[in-house]
Design a protein around this ligand. Structure first.
Ligand code: NIG
Ligand code: FE
Length: 410
């Protein structure tokens, strides 16, 4: 593979070795090198420095005058394997129904599950591949993808096999999460335990046996699964070495955060509602709080109190939640804009949340999320822009010019 030298970089952004997620005030700082070069070789970041020390031997040279270079976005929460779309519900919400009301009527996730069950694996793979290519063009270089639109053994396995094929094919780093407990299928309405038994006794062993998942997730919410049920699934996952990443506190504070922390969750995701006790619980843990502001944007709900979490000292990550119901978008730069505009995060905090902390929310912190020697060369070059703040400022614009993944120009 040819080596690549990027030179005359206006700002080489997010230059740091990382050993731990960034917390609270640490997130205000975004270290970078002005007038810099970056050498990529053998899929890795080989070296970097300021232009006065620029090497002159590389197979390919890219001039980045006026441009920024950033580590690829690390989107630690998506559901990008899905079938079809749900714009009917979008119109229902315009007409006054809420996301939860639609779910209670058997729409929402169950709607997507019915579609997915009927979609052949190959077609699902093709749809998901296009979405993966799309998010790559927005600068994403690592992504977590969940199952959870199968809701029976066969269809959950189908989704996870699609994710495995994406992993094999793509230069984007991918983590797979089993989300069998995303919604209760209607036929189990009178017997919730029967579904949990199926999930625990049939789906999980097969998934673990075939090595199809890295993590386990539950939608802990009034319209989905209780805290006790969430704990039951986390315990079952732990027997197979699957650590939790949990959907919680989207609409209600029910104790999902405390339960997730108790079970060593890597992250708790959503947090549109969170109280002081829950923030304290996260402060005393290694669990990252992952915020998904394009979900409340799209379903017209309120945003997580990011300022309160950051000022208290929490480690916060940002992700898209790309899915057909609450966020039909995988555009990380828009997530950064929402974080700044709607949650009053600074551009530096937003970049840290979307790179370093996103990487840690997928346990990729030592290989992805920053510019450091030996890290995987997943980076992007912007169009000529004035500063880091220009990225969230120019919401909706496409500022990514060139994408490099595993040391190859895409
Ligand atoms: O993270 N809230 C639960 N799951 C997804 C939405 C899934 C859907 O509506 O299809 C979320 O927002
Ligand atoms: Fe989600």
């Amino acid at each position: 593979m040819p080596s690549i030298l990027i030179q005359n970089i206006k700002l080489l952004t997010q230059v740091r070795k990382t050993v731990e997620p960034l917390k609270g005030a640490e997130m205000r700082d975004l270290p970078g090198l002005k007038n810099a070069w970056l050498l990529i070789d053998n899929q890795k970041i080989k070296d970097f420095g300021t232009m006065d020390t620029c090497p002159d031997n590389a197979d390919e040279v890219i001039d980045a005058t006026g441009r920024l270079v950033l580590p690829s976005w690390c989107d630690s929460h998506t559901h990008l394997v899905y079938a079809g779309s749900r714009e009917g519900e979008f119109v229902d919400r315009i007409n006054g129904l809420s996301y939860e009301e639609i779910a209670r009527r058997g729409g929402g996730i169950l709607n997507s599950a019915a579609r997915l069950q009927d979609t052949p694996e190959e077609e699902l793979f093709e749809q998901a591949s296009l979405r993966l290519e799309e998010i790559q063009s927005y600068g994403t270089g690592a992504v977590e993808i969940k199952s959870g639109y199968g809701l029976n053994t066969e269809a959950e396995l189908k989704m996870l096999r699609v994710i495995r094929r994406l992993k094999e094919k793509s230069k984007v780093a991918i983590k797979a999460t089993f989300l069998g407990a995303h919604a209760l299928p209607l036929k189990y309405k009178a017997d919730r335990n029967a579904y949990l038994d199926l999930l625990i006794d049939e789906m999980l062993p097969k998934i673990a046996d075939q090595g199809l998942a890295d993590y386990i997730d539950v939608f802990c919410e009034k319209v989905a699964f209780s805290v006790e049920e969430t704990e039951q699934v986390m315990e079952a996952g732990a027997k197979y070495g699957l650590k939790p990443k949990i959907h919680t506190n989207q609409f209600n504070c029910m104790g999902g955060i405390q339960a997730s922390v108790k079970h060593g969750a890597i992250s708790v995701d959503h947090l549109e509602v969170i109280n002081e006790e829950e923030i304290d619980c996260l402060l005393n843990s290694n669990t990252i709080g992952t915020l998904l502001p394009s979900a409340p944007f799209f379903i017209n709900d309120h945003y997580p109190p990011a300022r309160q979490m950051l000022d208290a000292g929490m480690a916060v990550a940002l992700a898209t939640d790309f899915n057909p119901g609450s966020t039909p978008s995988g555009r990380m730069p828009f997530v950064l804009s929402l974080a700044c505009i709607k949650m009053r995060m600074s551009p530096e905090e937003a970049v840290n949340a979307a790179t370093v902390n996103g990487a840690f929310a997928m346990e990729l912190g030592s290989t992805h999320g920053s510019i450091a020697k030996g890290k995987v060369a997943n980076v992007f070059i912007t169009k000529p822009i004035s500063s880091v703040a220009f990225i969230p400022y120019s919401f909706g614009s496409d500022l990514v010019d060139q994408v490099i993944l595993q040391g190859s120009l895409i």
